[in-house]
Design a binder for this molecule. Sequence first.
Ligand SMILES: [Mg+2]
Length: 257
Amino acid sequence: MTTRLRPALAAAFATALALAAPALAEDAENDCKVREYTMGLRFQQQSAEIQALQLQAFQLATLRLDAAVQGVEDPSKLAVVTDLDETIIDNSALLARDLENCHTYDGWDTSTHWEREGKPTLIPGAKEFLDHADGLGVSIFYISDRTDDFKKASLATLNDLALPQVSAESVLLLGPPKVTRRAIVEENHQIVMLLGDTLHDFDGGFRKTPLDRQKALVHENAAKFGTEWIVLPNASYGSWSGADLQGWDAEIVTGDY
Ligand SMILES: [Mg+2]
């Protein structure tokens, strides 16, 4: 190569790089869209406040369940129905691993690996509450959208965590929608309490429903929250995750005003 050509090539290379840079930046941003979830996941996995909320939820559940069994002759006819993920067990290690690798975790294409080999931990207060329900003689059913194909692995996970009343019959996975699985439980039991982190853990009306309608339904069912429906916090994923924020319509004014 002649020395005269080198500056021309270098200039052409620099121009090509400059043209490519915004495209590369845009690709990187698109590839890592999941990074938007960082603050929510940080709250979910690392905040002390979430543990306080979780304990609060299970203490309330305990009080309500004690009241529900009062005077009941055969408490085994009563059922507590609980979701698993982010209600009883914490899967945030999977989500954090995916986020670190810019892999969008709520496409759930990494979840079966986790269901088979992952080691979720217990949500604070969950086991104590379920052991209490077990001690009262109430029937417990675990209704979760973990895959039925790997039910054996999920049963092993729940047994490793020493959760009560875990069996092939009491753990109902996907499958039919949760509303259908709740109906199976209701064939022989009266459901006195539902626990979940997603509103369709409580009522089919929340499933695949626009957010505005979900919010209206929450208000229509206000009396059930904290009584027969116990909600656990989940800031890491949900049907709200793509919703636009609504800001204050005013110019930013900083400092003393
Ligand atoms: Mg869940």
